[in-house]
Design a protein around this ligand. Structure first.
Ligand code: PGA
Length: 251
């Protein structure tokens, strides 16, 4: 069964509005493969403009990089799922390692975020990944497995089908060091197996699992060619339209 191929960018806390509009315009006006969905993970203040800019552009969608885990209320400075929904945002990155590390996001909070998003028919891009010490100790599969099961395995099969997973080894994020294609494949297969054990093979075969961590034009093809790698979540290399386009063309 062929799964959706996805090239998702994560701009993090970079760019100003005009630059963001510029990159988006370039991607919108460039030829892109029709079987690859491109998603741009943009900062909150740009979302409305970018959603409007891409409304009638095929295979190009906008994601928020986060959302709050409560529905609404006295959380000064936070952004709710309902707010994002009201802008027309369809995708939200959930549980990026930088959020887990710098903002103390827990599996329980991520489960709440996922629930709120699915209730609004929005799609979580759920991030997981191990730090270097865990990989060195050989515990990476169980570490990532528990991140996935803790935050997602309360979902019904119908809900689980909607999830996109991004495996991002923390030691490869922004470091220039990439997991080898074999390391990525091994972990993606292990995540897929875990989902299969819980939900059966029909669902496990449907779920796109993206790799993230120093994906760039020079390594994307090899990583994306692995059987269980369905695309990438790309930080640094999504900040330049030309580099990101090359990645989009790497499937
Ligand atoms: P990077 O970031 O591509 O710059 O390593 C990936 C990510 O954090 O999503």
């Amino acid at each position: 069964m062929s799964r959706l191929k996805i090239a998702a960018g994560n701009w993090k806390m970079n760019k100003e509005l005009e630059e963001a509009l510029d990159i988006t315009r370039t991607l919108a006006n460039s030829s892109r493969p029709t079987d690859v969905l491109t998603i741009l993970g943009a900062p909150y203040p740009f979302l409305k403009s970018l959603v409007d800019q891409t409304l009638y552009v095929d295979h190009l969608d906008i994601a928020a990089q986060n959302c709050h885990h409560k529905v609404s209320g006295a959380y000064t400075g936070e952004v709710s799922v309902d707010m994002l929904d009201s802008l027309g945002v369809q995708y939200v990155i959930v549980g990026h390692s930088e959020r887990r590390e710098y903002f103390s996001e827990t599996d329980d909070m991520l489960a709440e975020k996922v629930n709120l998003l699915l209730a609004k028919q929005m799609i979580p891009i759920f991030c997981c990944g191990e730090p270097l010490e865990i990989r060195k100790a050989g515990n990476h599969e169980s570490h990532v497995g528990s991140q996935v099961s803790n935050a997602l395995f309360h979902l019904s099969p119908e809900q689980m089908k909607e999830i996109i997973i991004a495996y991002e080894p923390i030691w490869a994020i922004g470091t220039g060091e990439t997991a080898s294609p074999e390391q990525a494949q091994e972990m993606h297969a292990s995540i897929r197996d875990l989902i299969k054990d819980q939900y059966g093979s029909e669902i496990s075969e449907m779920i796109p699992i993206l790799y993230g961590g120093s994906v760039k034009p020079s390594n994307a093809k090899e990583i994306f060619s692995q059987p269980d790698v369905d695309g990438g979540l790309v930080g640094g290399a999504s900040l330049k339209a030309d580099d990101f386009l090359e990645i989009i063309h790497s499937f």
